[in-house]
Structure formats: structure tokens, C-alpha cells
Write a new protein. Structure first.
Length: 297
């Protein structure tokens, strides 16, 4: 599918799928290759996605082409049996900048946005996202230390068996009770005095048709910045993309302090054993690049 997304589209047509559960990167990839036509997949009734943020521009493209399909965003890590919340998008978003909620808890689940002392934060404020309820795993196999680190006693629970799972994600809740994913707690950095969420930069990159895939990492800097924002990207087929042109396009959506300072182009970003983008390897590449640059200067 990574090379021939049209074959996945043809598979859905030929097998007359009625429900499709996908990762957003596959959906975005198909959008960029324009393999889905207006009114396509006539048998399809529901499309669900989970595991990543689905860029709103790509969602708009899908919803306009498939008006007969219901689109639902699911959220939940493996430790909580995959799906802990859901949000069915009622209408096609009016703006490419519109945020899509992760929605409301599934039956038997609880989502909580808490501060560092495990106290609830007020609506609209960003905090750490915790999950409680029937979907929680007993813990990690043969790893009690890791289990104790992220599966915590519920301070508001009725008994010792009540637990919360610390997702490592940042979130907020609006006044109507809908939850929004903000980003990973471990990807929030400080650069030039600003607190920056790297996932927000990746979301904007994912919305650019000229970018097939991208990843943003941060490396320490000996300069005043404190941390350098670095972007690895693979251009879409046929796209004439340079770091300068990509920075210019990204600058239409982000303030200057959020624009990456270092860039690397790839035919395809490196993957780890799970098939996900290998951010650790990318970080090492940028760190070596920064060391060489410092020595040369």
C-alpha cells in the first residue's frame, strides 16, 4: 500500500466493504495520491480511524467525496484495550484549522484531565490525560515496575482496586464535555523561551499536499535557543520541495518561533521494528549534524 495506494482503494471497491477501520496516515496518503473519487465506495457506511491525528484538510477531502459515509474518530492506547473514547463528526468541517475532538468516553470508561497532583483541571485548560474504567489492562507482563509507574491508584476511587492509567498525552475538555487531544507530554519542548508542542508542527506538515510524510524532533543546542526544532520529510511524488519552500509554506500556518531550524529530506523516513517512524534514529542524525556544524563553525 505504501507504494500503490490505488490498490487499497480498488480492494475496498471490489470487496464492497461496509466498515473500514484505518490509521490516518493511510487515509492521508490516499488523499495525496488522489485515488478516491466523488461518490466512491458506494457500499461503505462507516469509516473509523485511530492511532494518530487525522489532519483536518484530509478529513474534509474524504467527507466531501464520500457524503454517504459516517466518519468517527476513536482514541485509546493499547493499555486501555484500544478504544476509550469516540467522536462522530456531525458535518464536514468548515475550516482546515478546525480541531476534531477525541470525543466522549466509551461505555464503562472514564477520561480525566488532571494536573501534576492528580487534581482535575478546569474546562479549557490543558492537563495530563488519564483513563479509568473497565478497559484498563492489569498491567505489563513481567514488568511490575513499569506497571506501578503508569497504573496508579485512583485518588477518587471507592477502593484499592480502582486505578487510573497515565497515557502520557496532554488533553483538554470543553464546556460541553468533549475531550481534545493536544499532544504528547514528552514532545512538549521549550525553545527561545516559548513552550512548543511538536505534534502541532507535524499536524500542519501533514496538511501540506507536497509532503508525503514527516516527523519533527528536538535536539539540544548550545546556543540561546536551548532546543533546536528539526524536521525530517519525504516529498510527495512529483513535488518540487526544498527546505526553503517547505519553511515558507509552513510559515503560512505557524508563528516564526515554531518553524524548524534544521531540515533533512528522505525518499522514505526510517522505520523501527513496529513499522512506525523511527524518531530516535532521526534525533541521532540531527544531533550528529548539529555537532558537525558546530565544529565547522
Amino acid at each position: 500500500m505504501s507504494l500503490l495506494p490505488n490498490l487499497l482503494a480498488e480492494f475496498i471497491r471490489a470487496r464492497r466493504l461496509t466498515q473500514w477501520f484505518s490509521v490516518p496516515s493511510a487515509l492521508s496518503y490516499m488523499t495525496k495520491f488522489d485515488v478516491v473519487g466523488p461518490g466512491d465506495f458506494p457500499a461503505l457506511r462507516r469509516l473509523l480511524w485511530c492511532g494518530e491525528v487525522f489532519p483536518t484538510p484530509a478529513l474534509i477531502s474524504w467527507m466531501k467525496r464520500l457524503p454517504h459515509v459516517t466518519f468517527t474518530n476513536l482514541y485509546g492506547p493499547t493499555e486501555t484495550t484500544i478504544a476509550s473514547s469516540y467522536y462522530t463528526v456531525p458535518t464536514c468541517p468548515e475550516s482546515e484549522r478546525q480541531e476534531i475532538p477525541i470525543g466522549a468516553p466509551c461505555d464503562g470508561e472514564r477520561l480525566l484531565v488532571l494536573d501534576k497532583e492528580l487534581r482535575p483541571v478546569s474546562d479549557g485548560r490543558v492537563g495530563d490525560l488519564y483513563i479509568g474504567g473497565v478497559g484498563l489492562s492489569p498491567g505489563y507482563w513481567n514488568d511490575p515496575a513499569q506497571t506501578r509507574e503508569v497504573f496508579l491508584p485512583d485518588p477518587q476511587g471507592a477502593g484499592p482496586s480502582d486505578r487510573l492509567y497515565r497515557t502520557g498525552d496532554l488533553a483538554r475538555r470543553d464546556e460541553e464535555g468533549r475531550f481534545y487531544f493536544v499532544g504528547r507530554a514528552d514532545t512538549q519542548i521549550k525553545s527561545r523561551g516559548y513552550r512548543i508542542e511538536l505534534g502541532e508542527i507535524e499536524t500542519c506538515l501533514g496538511a501540506l499536499e507536497s509532503v508525503r510524510e514527516s516527523a519533527v524532533v528536538a535536539v539540544p543546542s548550545g546556543g540561546f535557543e536551548g532546543t533546536l526544532i528539526c524536521c525530517a520529510y519525504a516529498p510527495a511524488p512529483g513535488a518540487d520541495l526544498t527546505p526553503a519552500s517547505l519553511r515558507q509554506r509552513l510559515g503560512r500556518h505557524l508563528p516564526v518561533h515554531m518553524l524548524p531550524a534544521r531540515w533533512m529530506a528522505f525518499d522514505r523516513l526510517p522505520r523501527n521494528g513496529n513499522g512506525k517512524i523511527d524518531r530516535a534514529s532521526l534525533k541521532l542524525l540531527f544531533e550528529r549534524h548539529e555537532t558537525v556544524a558546530t565544529r565547522e563553525s
